[in-house]
Design a protein around this ligand. Structure first.
Ligand SMILES: *Cc1c(COP(=O)(O)O)cnc(C)c1O
Length: 506
């Protein structure tokens, strides 16, 4: 008998502690065997607390484990967090691109990493210069001269931007304008932000081409007297450029409304077109998407806003100014019309450093190539999969491509089953069931940092999934994924009745 045979005889494929392949099974620390043995040899403390010197009230139930046990526990858990460093992450709308390690190196320079927000400005001139230059780059790239770096994420930027618009209307005696126009394909944070700012939303309908039309816009606009503004993503969440945006923004401005652009999809435009040129008044930028800083559990976000000269006095404080070779933060005393502070201190400074490092290492030509390659990659995937999956809108896409489950659904296989099959074959699924206006949507965004080879492997897997689905083995699809530590979940139950407390099972 060979050694290999002996091993397989001794251990079942699901070996004794639940491992299979390189997928680790990992229990809670409390559930570990021998978790009642402390990892250090301290003399028995005779019921006196080492911390307080007072009598102990009894065990508080912390697991008693050794250092190696703790290290393994957390390292194993960390491998469950799928990330862009593990593999392809085609999550549409999220721009999961590689984060160059150069950014990390720069952000860890002691002068940046150890700066304290309460330090006097003269001791952090370099840090303020980073923020100032980032403002300048963002202003140049968007064509919008006012920049505030404070917002901590995309949705926070939306809030900052819509509060700026509200403040401007109030200052002009237009506070009665209470309606914000939002397309039916919008990201959920858009209407949510408008409502939090005290507005009511009115929907602009997307046409069969996946875009807004002058007619649908005019219908939503009405006479315009009650319109505060509109919130639109361009390219929109179907991955398509809004071809009538110039005319639409003109009509909106004539009616006295402001154009808020959700800048999460900036990866398709950066270096190619300045959104100020198609009429945008305010836009947030997700530094953690377009400018590569880690996100999705990997780090904090940052959602600066860029605004027109007209709106700049109203945006939040602080901003960094530069005079006589000195950088400093401007607050309400110098910007009395500002809506004030949105948060403590200056924003996610570490993200500002990473984003500027990314911009400077790419340069103007490199950023232009980013958007060109992002659009090329998405169109490559679209062209390769258009005969395998239903494509809802004709023509080329921008930085993400949209497919649906139409044609497979009749065979009992839906978008969710395709996503689960991708998990089985080792791929993180694309964004599914978004945008809401497209039934069974699958939104794929490869980003410019995926090689053709990586996209080809994904395409091959998608093609074989489509073929199996066409052959109609619905039952197999309903049981995917099978090789993951957790199999097919009851997702409705997990969302509606989550188990948030650990209970001992006998
Ligand atoms: C990601 C995203 C947002 C929100 O950004 P967060 O940083 O997650 O708050 C808003 N709109 C669109 C279209 C997005 O893709």
């Amino acid at each position: 008998m060979t050694a290999e045979h002996k091993i397989t005889e001794r251990l079942s494929p699901e070996s004794h502690d639940g491992n299979r392949g390189l997928h680790y099974e990992e229990n809670l620390l409390w559930e570990k065997e021998h978790c009642d043995h402390p990892g250090v040899d301290l003399p028995q403390a005779e019921n006196i607390s080492l911390r307080t010197g007072l009598p102990e009230r009894g065990a508080i139930g912390l697991p008693q484990v050794s250092e190696p046990q703790v290290v393994r526990h957390f390292v194993r858990l960390s491998t469950w967090n799928y990330s862009i460093d593990h593999g392809f992450f085609p999550l549409g709308s999220c721009t999961m691109k590689h984060n160059p390690r150069l950014n990390e190196k720069i952000a860890r320079l002691p002068g940046f990493a150890h700066a304290h927000p309460l330090q006097p400005a003269e001791t952090v001139q370099g840090a303020l210069r980073v923020m100032y230059e980032l403002q300048e780059w963002l202003s140049e790239l968007t064509g919008l001269p006012g920049v505030c770096l404070a917002p901590a994420a995309g949705a926070h930027g939306e809030l900052a931007g819509m509060m700026t618009i509200r403040r401007a209307h109030e200052a002009k005696g237009q506070g009665h304008r209470k309606i914000v126009l939002v397309p039916d394909s919008a990201h959920g944070t858009n209407p949510a932000t408008a409502v939090i700012c005290g507005y009511t939303t009115r929907t602009i309908k997307t046409s069969e081409t996946g875009r807004l039309t002058i007619e649908s816009f005019k219908e939503a606009l009405g006479d315009g007297g009650d319109i505060a503004g509109m919130m639109v993503t361009n390219p929109n969440t179907c991955g398509l450029f809004e071809s009538d945006i110039l005319e639409i923004s003109k009509l909106l401005h004539e009616a006295g409304g402001y154009f808020y652009c959700d800048g999460a999809n900036f990866n398709a435009l950066v270096g190619k077109i300045r959104p100020g040129a198609f009429g945008v008044d305010v836009m947030h930028i997700n530094l953690h998407k377009t400018f590569s800083t880690p996100h999705g559990g990997g780090g904090p976000g940052s959602g600066p806003i860029c605004v027109t000269d007209e709106l700049a006095p109203y945006m939040p404080v602080p901003t960094v100014s530069h005079e006589n070779d000195t950088y400093r933060l401007e607050y309400e005393d110098e910007r009395p019309e500002s809506l004030g502070r949105l948060r403590g201190f200056v924003g996610q400074f570490g993200m500002h450093v990473r984003a500027l490092a990314y911009m400077m290492s790419h340069g103007a030509d490199g950023l232009k190539q980013v958007s060109e390659d992002a659009v090329l990659g998405a169109n490559y995937i679209l062209s390769q999969l258009q005969n395998d999956f239903h494509v809802p809108f004709e023509g080329p896409c921008m930085h993400e491509c949209l497919l649906t489950d139409k044609g497979l659904k009749e065979k009992g296989i839906q978008t969710i089953d395709i996503a689960k099959a991708l998990c089985e074959y080792g791929y993180h699924p694309m964004t599914i069931y978004f945008p809401l206006v497209v039934n069974g949507a699958m939104l794929i965004e490869p980003t410019e940092t995926e090689s053709k080879d990586a996209m080809d492997r994904f395409i091959t897997v998608m093609k074989s999934i489509a073929e199996d689905a066409q052959n109609g083995d619905a039952d197999k699809f309903h049981h995917f994924p099978e090789s993951t530590p957790r199999k097919r979940m009851d997702e409705v139950k997990a969302a509606r009745q989550p188990t948030l407390r650990w209970r001992e099972t006998s």
